[in-house]
Design a binder for this molecule. Structure first.
Ligand SMILES: [Zn+2]
Length: 460
């Protein structure tokens, strides 16, 4: 059999790996390429109608975002994932379709004036709804048989709610081959999700390397840094603006602010969760406590809501969102997108970035080229909606919130795998993967460490 890497190779988006066995073809993840990619880059370099199964590790768009396109291109098989991945995935896909459509409207209007046209969105909400029929959900540790020679088990990856890694057992030529795909592995001791489960046997492992070159700060330290950012702004009667991802990060932030409220560390204020997607995701989290760690689970069982406290206000409608601007000072505004390349956060930055009394708090990865990255990198002026805005607010960057394992956690997870022979590094920037590869070669001298290229077929 062979495995061909068709995404998240020498980069972090578009996760997609094709397992070709004599009896069936399986895709591991079917994610969107994000960043500087156009719609033609999203096309599949294989025949979608020939794929029998897709296994989705988790609900982030770079792992699930091309599912509706796969079905449009003729896929007729089964899509398998945990229940939480399916439900969160639906939210993420519908939101992605809306963003694509809005983007299309803006671009097509401009193109029309030049006498040109643009490609329509990759898929619509109708395509997403059609895809629901193809899903089948499984639980962690439940071994699933795809045919007489292939079984797999999903285990908790501890990355976001319902996230998993995959352990395959594949029989071919009288031999058993054990292959593991890490998906995205989580950080340790985070609120809500559990730590990544220990893996079983595996000769071949495809492991993510997003933060393979660094060690994260402790989560408690991040809490202290967040308190400092809040105190700074409130002392000046200013606001705290937090760009955040709607899934997991927003819920962690609410969890933390609720904890700070209970510990009397949060001064009286208004906390706006200004993201319909994050609000829906938070509601969905509360229906899936089976994926929570013990602490969060116990709270729910005792009738307490881990994401709620008296200062919190949900703003779903555009009118409610706009009304936030009328509050002067002592507000914490949480909005997307997490990298400030779109969404409601742009309005809040426009209204708050110029004012030295405010805090802007970054708690997530800021990719090159995004507005978030420009602010983090210290640019003095930024352009928002065609207007030059001076960056006068105090900027805080807090690292300990990461949902990804750092190099120590990744190495520790790998060291638990018995009979490990081959490590393939995926889902990481090229220079980071090279550093991580060197680190692993020094740590596991008996193991081959490789960085596959796009379209490279790996014989197993
Ligand atoms: Zn992820």
């Amino acid at each position: 059999m062979r495995i061909i890497a068709y995404g998240a190779v020498e980069g972090v988006t578009g996760s997609c790996f094709l397992l070709e066995h004599e009896e069936c073809k399986i895709l591991v993840d079917c994610g969107l390429f994000q960043g500087d990619f156009d719609s033609t880059d999203q096309e599949f370099p294989f025949n979608a109608s020939k794929i029998d199964f897709v296994i989705i590790t988790h609900a982030h768009l770079d792992h699930i975002g091309r599912i509706p396109l796969l079905i449009k291109r003729g896929f007729k098989g089964k899509i398998i994932c945990t229940k939480a991945t399916f439900e969160l995935g639906r939210l993420m896909l519908i939101d992605a379709a809306k963003v694509m459509y809005e983007d299309y409207l803006v671009k097509s209007r401009k193109a029309e004036r030049r006498g040109e046209s643009v490609n329509p969105p990759l898929y619509t909400e109708d395509d997403i709804i059609e895809s629901y029929d193809y899903f089948k959900t499984v639980e962690y540790k439940e071994t699933m048989r795809l045919n007489k020679n292939i079984t797999f088990t999903l285990k908790d990856a501890g990355h976001i709610l319902g996230s998993s890694y995959i352990q395959f057992s594949i029989h071919e030529g009288g031999k058993e081959k054990k292959i593991i795909f890490s998906g995205d592995l989580g950080n340790r001791n985070k609120p809500i999700v559990r730590n990544p489960s220990p893996p079983d046997d595996g000769e071949t492992v495809f492991i993510e390397a997003t933060y393979g070159d660094r060690e994260h700060k402790k989560f408690d330290e991040s809490k202290r840094e967040l308190k400092e950012a809040i105190d700074y702004a409130f002392k000046n009667n200013g606001n705290v603006i937090i760009p955040t991802f709607a899934l997991e990060r927003a819920q962690e932030l609410l969890y933390l602010l609720r904890e700070m409220y209970e510990e009397k560390l949060l001064p009286p204020c208004k906390v706006f969760l200004d993201s319909p997607l994050a609000i829906s995701a938070t509601e969905l989290f509360k229906r899936h406590i089976e994926y929570f760690d013990k602490e969060a689970c116990d709270m729910i069982k005792k009738g307490r809501d881990p994401f709620s406290f008296p200062y919190l206000i949900y703003t779903r409608s555009v009118e409610e969102s706009k009304s936030i601007n009328y509050y002067r000072g002592n507000s914490i505004i949480i909005a997307g997108s997490g990298m400030c390349n779109g969404g409601r956060i742009l309005h809040h930055l426009k209204h708050n970035l110029w004012n030295p009394n405010n805090s802007i708090v970054f708690i997530g990865f800021q990719a090159k080229g995004t507005l978030g990255r420009k602010i983090v990198d210290g640019e003095r002026f930024v352009n928002i909606y065609g207007e030059q805005i001076k960056v006068n607010a105090r900027v805080f960057t807090i690292n300990g919130f990461s949902s990804h394992a750092d190099k120590l956690i990744l190495k520790n997870w790998l060291s638990q795998i018995k009979s490990l022979k081959n490590i393939y590094l995926i889902h990481g920037e090229k220079d980071i993967m090279e550093k991580f590869s060197q680190y692993l070669k020094e740590s596991f001298s008996e193991v081959n460490v490789c960085i596959p290229k796009f379209g490279e077929a790996i014989e197993i």
